[in-house]
Write a protein that binds this ligand. Structure first.
Ligand SMILES: NC(=O)c1ccc[n+]([C@@H]2O[C@H](COP(=O)([O-])OP(=O)(O)OC[C@H]3O[C@@H](n4cnc5c(N)ncnc54)[C@H](OP(=O)(O)O)[C@@H]3O)[C@@H](O)[C@H]2O)c1
Length: 93
């Protein structure tokens, strides 16, 4: 049995993910890899500047990726609320 790698992530096209703590660490890399697989990703962060920096890092690597930011107390997933399949990754702190 071969070892699972990131290359085995199936297409995430048509799905969206909301990820808290997305500006660094596990949250950032989860967002990055989901975005690379075609998932629309919302980065949930406490700090607007860190959030935007994370978004830019992902867009540099995957220019066509759909990556938006949601920060502070106004975090919202409303823009993608009509799409059915989703991931919510809440791992911060
Ligand atoms: N890395 C590992 O090997 C490992 C192993 C087992 C478990 N974990 C757990 O997995 C989680 C993430 O680890 P990580 O290494 O990715 O951490 P990290 O690099 O320190 O990232 C933490 C993220 O969570 C945010 N955050 C921290 N405290 C928060 C709070 N009170 N409210 C909202 N957001 C908060 C941080 O935002 P700011 O940048 O604004 O601070 C940052 O975006 C932690 O709970 C950690 O204990 C990690």
């Amino acid at each position: 049995m071969s070892k699972w790698t990131l290359a085995d992530i199936p297409s995430q096209a048509g799905k969206w993910a909301f990820i808290t703590g997305a500006n660094s660490g596990i949250g950032f890399h989860a967002a990055r890899h989901l975005a690379g697989a075609g998932c629309a990703v919302i980065l949930g962060c406490r700090d607007a500047m860190k959030c935007e920096a994370a978004r830019q890092r992902i867009k540099q690597e995957f220019p066509t990726a759909d990556v938006t930011v949601s920060f502070g107390s106004s975090m919202s997933v409303h823009p993608l609320g009509t799409q059915k399949e989703s991931h919510t990754i809440s791992q911060s702190g």
